[in-house]
Structures are given as C-alpha cells and as structure tokens.
Design a protein around this ligand. Structure first.
Ligand code: NAP
Length: 456
C-alpha cells in the first residue's frame, strides 16, 4: 500500500468560515485520506458567521447552512471549548497531528491612538458587534444617557453598527439577538448617529448594497457634510461612483418627521476623545490628501458632542502562543499558506488560512479560495512526505497521540458535534417560544449547560 494511502490527521485551530472551508477542502480531496479535528475555544462553530455577521442579515447567515454540511462528513470532528495556548499548545498539536492549520481569524481591533480613546463610552465596534450577536465573552453595553453616537470609519462594519443603532428595536425583534440586548436597544435614545470618514465618499470601503440598505432605513434622515463632495473627480470606478450617487441622493431627500438622523462627516479624523469620567465629545480635525496621497490634518478642528464612540477602523489578528507572528502586519507569515519564520524558512507541518493569513479583508466567500490554496500545499506536502517515507521503507504515518482522548481523560469538558447540536436545538426552541427562528444563548453557563444536558 502506498504511503499516501495511510490516513492522516489534521488539526484546524478555529472553526470559523476559514477553518470550515479548510476542513471541507481537506476531506473533499482524494489524494490522501484525512481526518480533521476542528478545534475552537468556543462551544459553538462558525466564528464570525455567528458573532460578526449582523443579526438582521439573515441571507448571509444561511451560508451557515452550507458550512454546516462540513460536519456531515464522518472525517470531520468538532472539538469545542478547547483553547489553543491554554488547553492545548502548539507542541501538543504537532505531536498529535500530521499537520496543523491556524484559522484563528482576527480577535482584536485596530486603535486610533488618540487621547481619551480608553474613556468609558469609547470602545471598538468589534466589541459592540460581539455584544449584539450574543458572544459569551462580550461585556454588556449600557446605552443609557446616549443621545448621540459616533462611529469612526466607513467600512462595512461601521455600516452594520450604524444600521443596528438606526433601526427600531421592534424591527430587530425578529432576529436571534438575546433578550437582554433587545431590551437595551429598546431603551436607547441615540437619535443622532454620526459616521466619520477620514477621506472622501469616493474612498469609502463600504459596499454599495450595504450603504443603500443603511440610508434607506425607514424613518432615517441622512445628512452629509457640505464639503464632502468637493473635488470628486470624473470617471470614478463603478463602486465609488454608485456610493457617491447614493450619498448625494440620500442627502437631498427630506424625510418627514424623522425618527433618527444619520450624519456622514467626510474628510474628518478624530484627534481626541474628551470627557470627565466618560465620553462627552469627539474632537475632529479636517483632513486632506498630501502630494503622496496620504491623509493629513489641516489644523481646523471642531467638537462633536457624543456619549458613545465606536471605532470601526479594522480588526487585528493576535499572536497565537508559540506560533511565529509578524507583529507589524499582524499575520502569521506564510507563503501561500505554508507558515514561514522571519527568515522565510518553511515551518514544517504548519499552515494558515483566513484573516490571520492575509489580514482582515474580504467577504466570507473569500475564505474558500484562500483555504483551497493552503490545502493544496498541505496535501502536496503530505504526499511528498509519504513518498519519501515509502522510499526509505517506512509508512510515513507516525503513530501519534490522541489529544482529544487525553483532554477528556483529564476531565476537560469538550463540546463535541453532539454538544453543539444540542445548543443549536436549545436556541431554536427558545426562539420558537418567542415566535422567532432562533434566540441565542449568550453566556458560557447557558451554552455549556445545553451541551452538557445532551451529552452527559
Ligand atoms: P475595512 O473595510 O477595512 O474599513 C475600515 C475603515 O476604517 C476604512 O474606512 C478606513 O479608512 C478606516 N480607518 C482605518 N484606520 C483609520 C484611522 N486611524 N482613523 C480613521 N479611520 C480609519 O474594515 P471593516 O469595516 O472592519 O471590515 C472588515 C472586512 O469585513 C471587510 O472586508 C468588509 O467588507 C467585511 N465585512 C463585510 C460585511 C458585509 O458584506 N455585509 C459586513 C461586515 C464586514 P481608510 O480607507 O481611509 O483607511
């Protein structure tokens, strides 16, 4: 029998979209039989699909249905509630598996680096998104006393949080948001929502469909600062052109008796967050592009009264304990998914996919082609290793530790696929009782309790 015929074991660290696409590609190829363990620190799979895609974007959530089919393959196991660096180390994984794929995403956010950024009331959009998505680690958000909210950045995450703030809590009742989140959104009185962009409307990162949806939120009056459209060149590409048109049209449309107002401020950057004990204002500086195209301040400042600042200026991956990391680029250095060290030397049997491979860009589907690139190399390496071992008379497949059994023997509560399915069923039942498709369980005790009830 050929060495490539021996079953190999691959650990994928992170069961979000990129990890699931990698698992699909691994069990979908026919060159080497592979068994995959999808390890996640959470008791639930799907990562940002569950805790990042806005709850009112139900059509994107249906991607979960397609990704869920990954678990129909008997070669894929879900190993939830196991944290890399705490419960298992890089060395453990390399001793137990033939290859390790890091799919840890981007769990931190970029910082503005301005004074007052850490005042209570100033936080990342990532944290706000995690809260309304029912992430068990997300701190509760208190919107009391917030009359004006400011969102920094004009990517799709900024559009998501602005839209959730702009919508009525009644219209969000149909989503899977936890009851505590909906109760807080019912209380919120932030009738002025500011979206701040350091460049012009033609440079915004949001996509046209998302922008259109936001400005068409019922009962929302949109304003755009007067100088936003100055100097917009002719001959823009399709997306920036459509974005500029939508913004012009929205600003020119008067909404009778608006419920809330959405103010876009282009060519402004935050230079300070001010407040006595909590956020009271945001100091903005007018900007322009210098000769090299870099954003620079003009020295002209203004003060915006606000009680909530949500910076939405991009996510950031963090180093995994013991794994090489490029702090500047905030990615695991790699060549087409093969992990390399600072000198460019390939780290055998270590691979990377998703945002921690290429940075926090692209939509969920981008991870599919990204994962296939990595898996193509991983499989080629397994085949080469098996052929080399065969040539030297070995099998190529070493007897390795069974880490999952070891963890279980130590009394660690692993959430298996059966456990996740029990959580899923509990959320669906909870939603049904409220007339919704699903209501999320948003705390560790609830999640582990539902899993435990099914598996004990
Ligand atoms: P993003 O698309 O990279 O947008 C980041 C925004 O922050 C940009 O407007 C950027 O402006 C601004 N920014 C960066 N640094 C700044 C600073 N120091 N001061 C002020 N502004 C600053 O990031 P994202 O919104 O977090 O989205 C991440 C990825 O997820 C994107 O690929 C996005 O499309 C995707 N996503 C998609 C959806 C969807 O499809 N519905 C929803 C959510 C997220 P500059 O351009 O001037 O740098």
């Amino acid at each position: 029998m050929s060495g490539a015929g021996q079953q190999r074991r691959v650990a994928v660290v992170g069961a979000g979209p990129s990890g699931l696409f990698a698992a699909q590609a691994l069990v979908g190829q026919s060159e080497v039989p592979v068994q995959v363990d999808l390890i996640d620190r959470l008791p639930t799979p799907y990562g940002l699909l569950r805790y990042g895609v806005a709850p009112d974007h139900t059509s994107i959530k249906s991607v979960a249905t397609a990704l869920a089919r990954t678990f129909d393959n008997a070669g894929v196991r879900f190993v939830g509630n196991v944290e890399f660096g705490r419960d298992v180390t890089r060395e453990d994984l390399l001793a137990a598996y033939d290859a390790v794929v890091y799919a840890a995403g981007a769990s931190e956010d970029a910082q503005l680096g301005v004074p007052g950024e850490d005042l209570p009331g100033s936080r990342s959009a990532r944290e706000f998104v995690a809260w309304y998505s029912g992430h068990p680690d997300a701190p509760d958000q208190d919107l009391s006393g917030v009359r004006s909210a400011a969102v920094i950045g004009v990517g799709n995450v900024a559009v998501d949080v602005a839209r959730i703030l702009a919508k009525t809590a009644e219209s969000l009742e149909v989503t899977d948001m936890p009851p505590g989140v909906l109760a807080e959104l019912h209380r919120h009185e932030a009738d002025d929502i500011h979206v701040i962009a350091r460049r012009g409307p033609q440079h915004a990162a949001f996509t046209t469909v998302e922008l259109r949806e936001l400005v068409h939120t019922p009962g929302l009056q949109v304003t755009v600062n007067a100088d936003a459209f100055d100097g917009i060149p002719e001959g823009l590409e399709r997306r920036p052109k459509a974005n500029v048109e939508i913004l012009r049209e929205a600003a020119a449309t008067v909404v009778e008796n608006p419920r809330r107002r959405l103010h876009f401020s282009f060519w402004r950057k935050p230079v300070a967050v001010e407040g006595d004990g909590s956020v009271e204002a945001l100091v903005l500086e007018r900007t322009r592009l210098d000769e090299s195209g870099k954003v620079v301040g003009t020295g002209e400042t203004s003060r915006l009264e606000t009680q909530l600042v949500l910076r939405s200026i991009g996510y950031r991956s963090v180093a995994l304990p013991g794994v090489v990391f490029d702090e500047r680029a905030a990615v695991i250095p790699n060549v087409e998914g093969r992990v390399v060290d600072a000198a460019g030397t390939v780290q055998p049997r270590e691979y990377v996919v998703g945002w921690i491979k290429r940075g926090p860009t692209g939509v969920i589907g981008t991870n599919k082609s990204d994962a296939s690139q990595t898996v193509k190399h991983l499989v080629a390496d397994l085949v080469a290793e098996a052929e080399a071992a065969e040539a030297s008379g070995g099998s190529g497949a070493e007897a390795r530790r069974d880490l999952v059994a070891e963890l279980a023997a130590r009394g660690h509560e692993i959430v298996s696929l059966e456990g996740w399915r029990a959580i899923d069923a509990a959320e669906i039942a909870r939603g049904a009782a409220l007339g919704r498709d699903r209501t999320k369980l948003a705390s560790w005790p609830e999640l582990l309790g539902a899993s435990h009830a099914a598996t004990s």
